[in-house]
Write a protein that binds this ligand. Structure first.
Ligand SMILES: C[S@@+](CC[C@H](N)C(=O)[O-])C[C@H]1O[C@@H](n2cnc3c(N)ncnc32)[C@H](O)[C@@H]1O
Length: 321
C-alpha cells in the first residue's frame, strides 16, 4: 500500500508520565481547535453530530498503535472520525453506527477522504454494536489491530447554540429518541452495553490488538461520575487487559499554560456552580482507557497471560506521526 500522506490533524508525540500501575501519558490533541482540525477534511454536514471525537485523538491512537495496512475499527463510529483518520493514514477501516443518518455520513466521509488522497479503504455497517459478532463481516474476525471508540453519555449533550430574540436556543443536542441508542440508557445499562460491545470487539481483534476508549468526565446532578473506573471494569469483564490510562487534552497547550476552549454550556454551568459557591473547574480533557487483547492463547505454551500483560505496549506501537 502506498505511503499515506501525513495527516492534517496533527498527531503530536505524547508526553510520558509514570503512573505506577497503569502507564499514563498526556496527548496534546487540541493544539488546533476542532473546527480547524476538521476544515476541508470532513463534510460540512458532519458538524450536526452532537458528540464527535477530536480528529487528533483518533489520529494519535492510530499512529501510536498500528502500521499502514492494518485494520482499525470503531463500533460506535458516529460520523466516522476514527475511520476517516484511519484511511488518511493508510489504514483500512470498519465502522458500526446505529443511527442511519450518522452511518451515511461516515460512509460519505470516507469517500470524501479517498477523493482527497486517502489510501485506506473503509466500510460502515448500520446496526446495534451490542450484536457485533453477528453484524460484523466474517473476514474481519481476528484481523482488527485497533479499536478506537467513544460511547455516548446521556441523551442530551452540549450540541450547538444560536442566539435568538427569545434567548439562547439549543440544537443538534440529541442523538435520536430510539431506545436502542445507548445515549438513552442510565449508567448501569450504558456500562452493560459497553461491556457487550467490548466483548464483541475483542472477538474481532487480532491477538495483541489494542482498544482505545474515551471516557469524558461526566457530572450527574452536579457530582462527578467515576466513569473511567467503570469503563476499566467493563473492559476487564470483556476479557481485555488494561495497559495504559492516558489524558487527551481538549485545551491547547501553550508553554505551561492551557488554552481552554469551553462550549457555551460548559462555561455557563461552571459559572453558575461557582456563583452557588460550588468550586467547579472547566474540564479540558478526556480520559483514554487503553486495553490489549491477550497475545497468545493461554494454551499455546508461549507466554502466560499475566506475563504477556506485563510486556509494555511499546511493541504494539506504530510509527510516530
Ligand atoms: C460519542 S458518539 C461517537 C462519535 C464518533 N466518535 C465521531 O467522532 O463521530 C457515540 C455514537 O454511538 C452511537 N450509538 C449509540 N448506541 C449505539 C449502538 N447500540 N450501536 C451502535 N452505535 C450506537 C450513537 O448514535 C453515537 O453516534
Amino acid at each position: 500500500m502506498a505511503e499515506p500522506r501525513p495527516p492534517r490533524a496533527a498527531a503530536p508525540h505524547p508526553v510520558a508520565i509514570d503512573d505506577g500501575d497503569l502507564r499514563l501519558s498526556v496527548w496534546p490533541t487540541a493544539q488546533r481547535d476542532a473546527r480547524a482540525q476538521r476544515a476541508g477534511r470532513y463534510l460540512p454536514a458532519a458538524t450536526a453530530h452532537p458528540g464527535k471525537m477530536l480528529p487528533a485523538i483518533a489520529a494519535t491512537a492510530i499512529t501510536r498503535y498500528t502500521q499502514p495496512g492494518d485494520l482499525v475499527a470503531d463500533p460506535m463510529c458516529g460520523i466516522g472520525t476514527t475511520l476517516i483518520e484511519a484511511v488518511h493514514l493508510g489504514r483500512d477501516a470498519l465502522g458500526v453506527e446505529y443511527e442511519p443518518r450518522w452511518a451515511g455520513l461516515a460512509a460519505a466521509g470516507i469517500t470524501h477522504a479517498r477523493r482527497h488522497g486517502a489510501t485506506g479503504t473503509g466500510e460502515v455497517i448500520c446496526g446495534d454494536a451490542r450484536q457485533l459478532p453477528g453484524i460484523a463481516p466474517a473476514w474481519a474476525r481476528g484481523r482488527v489491530a485497533l479499536v478506537v471508540t467513544s460511547p455516548p453519555y446521556g441523551p442530551s449533550v452540549h450540541g450547538h447554540v444560536r442566539a435568538t430574540a427569545g434567548g439562547v436556543r439549543k440544537f443538534n443536542n440529541r442523538y435520536s429518541r430510539d431506545p436502542v441508542n445507548l445515549a438513552h440508557h442510565g449508567l448501569d445499562a450504558l456500562l452493560d452495553g459497553i461491556t457487550r460491545i467490548l466483548t464483541g470487539a475483542a472477538a474481532l481483534l487480532r491477538p495483541g490488538g489494542i482498544v482505545v476508549i474515551t471516557a469524558r468526565p461526566w457530572r450527574h446532578r452536579g457530582e462527578l461520575v467515576d466513569l473511567p473506573s467503570a469503563v476499566i471494569a467493563a473492559g476487564r469483564a470483556a476479557g481485555l487487559t488494561p495497559v495504559e490510562r492516558c489524558v487527551a487534552l481538549l485545551a491547547g497547550l501553550d508553554g505551561d499554560h492551557l488554552v481552554a476552549r469551553p462550549s457555551f454550556f460548559q462555561l455557563d454551568n461552571t459559572r453558575k456552580a461557582r456563583a452557588r459557591g460550588e468550586p467547579w473547574h472547566l474540564i479540558v480533557h478526556e480520559d483514554l482507557l487503553i486495553f490489549r487483547k491477550q497475545r497468545f492463547p493461554a494454551s499455546s505454551g508461549k507466554l502466560k497471560p499475566d506475563q504477556a500483560d506485563r510486556t509494555a505496549p511499546d511493541d504494539a506501537q506504530g510509527q510516530a506521526a
